[in-house]
Ligand binder design. Structure first.
Ligand code: ATP
Length: 247
């Protein structure tokens, strides 16, 4: 059964149609990628799921609940966590303090051992954060800040993680580390992940299925392996080369 079901979703900003009649289904436990160029509507889609944008029509259901009728701050209590584009860590707080903010909005925030267990799992995923736990987040590299942003989204133990362009602006070696961790989040804890990316090659290498947005509409959808082999997708999104290294 789908954990997240988006149906006939449309969102406009004045005359601009940012999302046009979008249908997306995310099975429980899967990684689903949403790909597309700059301005295709990827961020608008994630912000609609987390309640930051209010679409004019359509529906978004999470585990049977109607998300469009819920205030954004309540979503974390239902197990939805949004890691926004551009990292957005608090630079004058330490790594540890940033992580604590990840559970701040929970009605019953995990305290003591429960909090430490989820924090320690984040430290296992990103060991560098453990080394830097007392350092101000503003002193971290771009890659480390992205790791912290993901970890902050994970300490609340979400069922659904919305990840917006985690590879943006990072060096290839760091991108590899981030994608390794995203795969690990999914395999170790079964977290369902809706991953928005411009880096189609990396995203298709870890996703089960993918949707490709063009000008607010879905241009292609299918299994990730199938899309990675598709000539049209390779031409437009993968530099014409086959995707290597799935598995
Ligand atoms: P990027 O990779 O650059 O983030 P994207 O695929 O995430 O691109 P969106 O940010 O969702 O695309 O933008 C889709 C369209 O909606 C763009 O034309 C953008 O200018 C417009 N848009 C997004 N947010 C707003 C807003 N708050 N007000 C007006 N227009 C907006």
């Amino acid at each position: 059964m789908a954990l997240l079901e988006i149906a006939s979703l449309s969102l406009s900003f004045g005359p601009l149609k940012a999302l046009k009649d979008i249908d997306i289904s995310v099975e429980s436990g899967a990684i689903v990628a949403v790909l597309g160029a700059n301005g295709a509507g990827k961020t608008s889609l994630l912000k609609s799921v987390s309640g930051l944008y209010r679409p004019q029509s359509g529906s978004i259901r999470f585990d049977g609940m109607d998300l469009l009728s819920m205030p954004p701050h309540s979503l974390i209590r239902h197990g939805i966590s949004h890691v926004p584009e551009g990292r957005r860590v608090f630079p004058t707080l330490t790594v540890e303090e940033n992580l604590r903010l990840g559970v701040f909005a929970l009605r019953r925030a995990p305290v003591g051992r429960a909090y430490k267990a989820s924090r320690d799992w984040c430290f296992e995923l990103f060991p560098i954060l453990k080394d830097r736990r007392n350092q101000f987040a503003g002193t971290l590299s771009g890659g480390e800040q992205q790791m912290l942003a993901i970890a902050r989204g994970l300490v609340s133990k979400p069922r659904l993680l919305l990840l917006d362009e985690p590879s943006l602006g990072l060096a290839p070696i760091v991108i590899k580390d981030i994608f390794r961790a995203v795969r690990q989040i999914h395999t170790e804890e079964g977290v369902t992940i809706l991953l928005v990316e411009q880096n189609a090659k990396q995203a298709l290498s870890i996703a089960k299925s993918a949707y490709i947005l063009e000008l607010g509409g879905i241009a292609f959808k299918g299994g990730a392996e199938e899309l990675a082999r598709d000539e049209r997708i390779r031409e437009a999104y993968l530099g014409g080369k086959a995707v290597a290294g799935r598995g």
